[in-house]
Ligand binder design. Structure first.
Ligand code: ASP
Ligand code: ASP
Length: 339
């Protein structure tokens, strides 16, 4: 099957470094993997309900009883061709706390990508220096391609607006811990539902659970049709809304996202939607949100989520970011066949 979009319809810093033609054909995993068979972590589409739960279970085990030294002697290569704070650092923290080492590719501008080296050559080279690799790239499909040529396990740390599977595992883990489970919830998503990869991955994952999904966005930032078709086929109960007021009082979880400025082909379009929503204490009160409502955000936030929420019991986003460590520890150990 051909990957959905080979190149983003926008120019991003870093794109100029890649000279090769990426119009390769990708073989998507034909059958869903049980987590125990994990070789790479590329897409939430590669998992089913049991596979998702198995990873979460292992993350709980790791968090409760850290198997220090489990990854001693192993090296994680980290190649991020897009900015990141949490994913990059929590991968590093996860590896180091398990006794492993981290080899960070660093700023792409200081690498030979700058001289015109191809992405494939770069990936093959880095693969010779480490045992597992985490890759973030602005083009959709790069993680899958890298997994096919690296010869070592590859973990997708975000590919364009497509997928961010490790974020999804920590999002599920956070929901499980703070809501007591993953079924029977009404989960709202607000903001940039068109370009946010964390939303796309999480929606796919939640489609395996018995939840109602509520999508709040301006018309221009709706969930992509192909994703709606996919969850429709799985019988997921979902609704689309223009404003949070219509639904906020009924939600158990509200997942906020930043408007993904870097993904817009047309900056004018971005300007029109950049301040479309702002979740703050006043709105939460006005709409009569449940006391137990959990507000999540993959971070970074810009203006869409007020800091006045931080000291309320609704805020779970820093806990969510922290959960990236046990979840990534479990995933690293699993792809290295240690858990
Ligand atoms: N959750 C984001 C990430 O995946 C946060 C960040 O980029 O700093 O990296
Ligand atoms: N950090 C998340 C990501 O890498 C969310 C964001 O950037 O808004 O997708």
């Amino acid at each position: 099957m051909l990957v959905r979009a080979l190149k983003p319809p926008f120019a991003v810093a870093g794109e100029m470094w890649f000279t090769e033609d990426l119009s390769f054909s990708l073989n998507f995993t034909e059958s869903v993997l049980m987590a125990a068979d994990l070789k790479n972590i590329i897409s939430i589409r590669d998992f089913d309900r049991d596979g998702l739960l198995e990873v979460l279970e292992k993350a709980h085990v790791v968090e409760q009883d850290l198997p220090a030294g489990l990854l001693a002697g192993y090296v994680l290569g980290v190649m991020f061709i897009e900015p990141s704070t949490r994913t990059r650092l929590s991968f590093a923290s996860a590896m180091v706390r398990l006794g492993g080492e981290v080899l960070d590719f660093g700023d792409p501008a200081r690498s030979s990508l700058q001289k015109g080296e191809s992405l494939s050559d770069t990936v093959k080279t880095l693969a010779g220096y480490c045992d597992v690799m985490a890759i973030r790239h602005p083009w959709e499909g790069v993680a899958r391609h890298s997994a096919q040529i690296a010869g070592i396990p590859v973990i997708n740390a975000g590919d364009g607006s497509n997928q961010h599977p490790t974020q999804t595992f920590l999002d599920l883990y956070t929901i499980q811990k703070t809501c007591g489970g993953l079924d029977g919830l009404r989960v709202g998503f607000i903001g940039d539902l068109r370009y946010s990869r964390t939303v796309h991955s999480l929606v796919e994952a939640l489609s395996f659970f018995d939840d109602e999904l509520c999508f709040v966005s301006p018309g221009a930032l709706r969930v992509p049709e192909h994703l709606l078709d996919e969850i429709k086929q799985r019988g997921v109960d979902y609704q689309e809304y223009d404003t949070p007021d219509e639904i906020l009082s009924e939600l158990d979880v509200l997942y906020c996202t930043r408007i993904q400025e870097e993904r817009f082909a047309d900056k004018l379009e971005y300007e029109q939607v950049k301040t479309c929503y702002r979740i703050d204490k006043e709105l939460i009160k006005k709409c009569g949100a449940k006391e137990t409502l959990k507000i999540m955000h993959p971070l970074p936030r810009v203006d869409e989520l007020s800091a006045d929420i931080d000291d309320t019991p609704h805020a779970v986003y820093f806990e969510q970011a922290k959960n990236g460590v046990p979840v990534r520890q479990a995933l690293l150990a699993m792809v290295l066949g240690k858990l």
